[in-house]
Design a protein around this ligand. Sequence first.
Ligand SMILES: [Zn+2]
Ligand SMILES: [Zn+2]
Length: 335
Amino acid sequence: MRAWLLKTPAPVASRPLELSEVDVPVPRDGELLLKVSACAVCRTDLHVVEGELPARRSPVIPGHQVVGRVAAIGAGAEAFNVGDRVGLAWLGRTCGECRFCRGGRENLCERAEFTGWTRDGGYAEFVAADARFVYALPSGFDDVQAAPLLCAGIIGYRALRLTGLQTWAGARLGIYGFGAAGHVAIQIARSRGAEVFVMTRDRERHQALASELGATWVGGADEEPPARLDAALIFAPAGELVPAALKSLDKGGALVTGGIHMSDIPSLPYALIYGERVVRSVANNTREDGRAFLEEAALSGVRTHVQTFPLEEANEALFALKHDAVRGACVLLVS
Ligand SMILES: [Zn+2]
Ligand SMILES: [Zn+2]
């Protein structure tokens, strides 16, 4: 099969991924072999490819927002049928035994395996997946539309959950950085009745899309929104946004950072977090987050905006993502 291999992380401008011919994986016990149709490109892929996340396997096939159909079934995974459409996400497997797994926080599992980082992912024609960690996909989304739901969507959903907001109707939510995650999170927040303020640096693509999707107000990355925020999400990997967002956050509000990697957060005066403000990161997601999100996304009529690239242009897709040149989410068309 054709697959993109990352051997040594390097800046994406140097085209570090190599398109190679490799053996189709054989599903082990409890696994499914998926024939990949689409794989969305996440900023985390960029962190894997460029080495901000240390290499955990080499070579590795990146990609963790995979839509595919079951092509073969390993022993113990007979609940699935050949041809079933499923989604595979970042959390590829957990141990089920550590204190986090036992305590309902499998997203923090001590021995978790991650698709496209510690396990091979979906920048390939086939991928093997633990059957317990794939998702049924709502029928209203075609393969390309569904792919970005699997990380951008789910992580955005968990970020909304971690704000701790109990009442969404009329709540004021800020979103900093408006790529794939932001453009789904705004739709969920709007359907719950929140007012959304979007701060993002790209006027042409991101600010325009935010307005289209119902933002109350849209401004530059460092602009102050015209109202105090009850909660804020940061999806850009820029630590300097933390003090900027805290300045706009009302007392008792939560600021949730959605990325796996962020540049250093500058020192900030205590007054910015006084007033019981909370800063909290999102780390991965539980399967329950995934199922709950996919259900709400279908019910609330979420639509993903995608820009597609053929499988052969994975390096170009990553380059475009890095340089904010993608409107909505970036998706590789595999087959
Ligand atoms: Zn565990
Ligand atoms: Zn991701």
